[in-house]
Design a protein around this ligand. Structure first.
Ligand SMILES: Cc1ncc(COP(=O)(O)O)c(C=O)c1O
Length: 435
């Protein structure tokens, strides 16, 4: 080539998928892999119910399912979503306040890309990688973060959040994932109201990723942004990927609250819309199916059954992982992720686990640089030794060593066994340095 024209990128990697390459290599040594890394219920054996398949087949009979849709999305679907929102009684919207994307990951990328580089969004740490990477890609490293405390049930440090937004004038927005990926933390209403207050007092907008909103355990719920936002400008981000679940449908959307109340915020939303126009529109088919799925008489019971299953696995994960002397796990209130942290100071760069073949160890070591994160080292050894694929916590961009597992196994005995093996492996790994 005439010159090196590829964009440099942010230098960050999406470890949730990056580790798949390592796992596939370990598989080539004859090891069976238990995939506990990615939040795809279907890949973990969730059967798509017949009523849903029948619904989709009927939609496919409509010629319009093959057409482009309006740039913001299918009109009738946006009308449906606006009316569902408005019935809750909080911030009111029309269909024009909704824009569809090809998955929420797409919406996230577009939203940050529509901001000027010196406008920053403060993020929780740890945070879901797509937000972090998009924020850093649009602006620069380092990001602005506020911490979630693993020693206090992943509670957010609201004082830190407030202090940072007051002293860093570049911050224009606050991003919250509620319920949270990767920690599973479910924000209580008073904390959410505090965050809204901070946004209001500091002239900021709110960006709430609410993809897991319905996945709260023990019959409880958590408010949506529209319930509590008052007159602060904000965006809710939603998707069909998790609750339906249809991650391969690539169907996500944003709902914009309080447009018309702040000129800079309105220009930001317009910039998102203009990017979308250049792309024409998002996939029409899942948008057409959306109201029919949500309104299907079998959907509520199907969703509840899955939530109850995740709750059960969360309890098992909590019990089994806490049996390790060196791990700490919090009780989970929602989502289908569980994050374990290593107790402080127990990891170092010399620890290992036994592997079936010496070549597996050689491979793992070749994938780890000398300054590799300590939890990544553990995750790679866990893969080679036990064939269990988890995501290191540092790849969710927090300086805490640990890992995230999914609670998506359909086979409960297999899940119990995976958790027991992880706990035993964690202890063996930590203690390997003493030998
Ligand atoms: C918090 C969060 N936001 C966004 C996404 C992206 O979802 P989608 O499949 O709609 O792109 C995910 C996927 O795991 C997620 O966990």
């Amino acid at each position: 080539m005439r010159f090196d024209f590829a964009k440099a990128g942010s230098g960050l990697t999406y470890e949730i998928r990056n580790i798949v390459e390592v796992a596939n290599h370990i598989k080539s040594f004859g090891k069976t892999i238990s995939w506990n890394n990615i939040g795809d219920p279907i890949m973990k054996g969730e059967r798509v119910p017949e009523w849903m398949k029948e619904t989709l087949k009927k939609v496919l009979d409509e010629d319009m399912a093959y057409a482009y849709s309006p740039t913001k999305g299918v009109d009738s679907t946006r009308e449906y979503l606006a009316s569902v929102n408005n019935k809750r009684g909080g911030a009111q919207i029309t269909k024009d306040d909704i824009i569809f994307f090809n998955g929420l990951g797409d919406a996230v990328a577009r939203a940050y890309a529509a901001m000027q580089g010196d406008g920053r969004v403060i993020l929780p740490a740890p945070t879901y990688s797509t937000h972090f990477m998009a924020e850093v890609l649009h602006a620069s490293y380092p990001p602005n973060t506020f911490s979630l405390d693993p020693y206090d049930n992943w509670k957010p440090n609201i004082e830190e959040l407030e202090e940072k937004v007051q002293h860093r004038p570049g911050i224009v927005g606050i991003m919250i994932i509620n319920p949270c990926n990767p920690t599973g933390y479910v924000y209580p209403e008073d904390t959410l109201r505090e965050i809204v207050r901070i946004a209001k007092e500091n002239d900021l907008f709110l960006m709430f990723d609410e993809i897991y909103n319905s996945m709260v355990f023990y019959g409880k719920s958590t408010p949506l942004l529209s319930d509590i936002i008052g007159d602060v400008p904000g965006i809710s981000m939603k998707s069909l990927s998790k609750e339906v679940p249809w991650p391969g449908g690539r169907c996500g959307w944003i709902e914009v609250y309080n447009s018309g109340k702040d000129a800079a915020f309105d220009r930001f939303i317009k910039a998102i819309y203009q990017q979308k126009m250049a792309e024409v529109c998002s996939a029409t088919f899942p948008q057409m199916a959306l109201p029919i799925i949500y309104e299907h008489p079998e959907f509520p019971a199907y969703l509840q059954e899955r939530i109850d299953h995740y709750q059960k696995l969360a309890e098992i994960g909590y019990t089994e992982l806490n049996k390790s002397k060196y791990l700490q796990v919090n009780e989970l209130k929602g989502t289908f992720y569980m994050t374990a942290v290593f107790k402080e100071g127990v990891l170092n760069g010399t620890q290992t686990l036994p592997t079936d073949k010496p070549a597996m160890k050689t491979y793992i070591e070749s994938r780890l640089s000398s300054n590799a994160e300590l939890d990544k080292r553990f995750a790679y050894y866990l893969l080679a030794s036990e064939g269990i694929c988890v995501v290191p916590l540092t790849s969710f961009f927090a300086p805490i060593n640990g890992f995230r597992v999914t609670l998506l196994d359909k086979d409960i005995d297999q899940f119990v066994s995976s958790m027991q093996r992880i706990a035993r492996a964690a202890d063996a790994y930590v203690e390997s340095s003493k030998i």
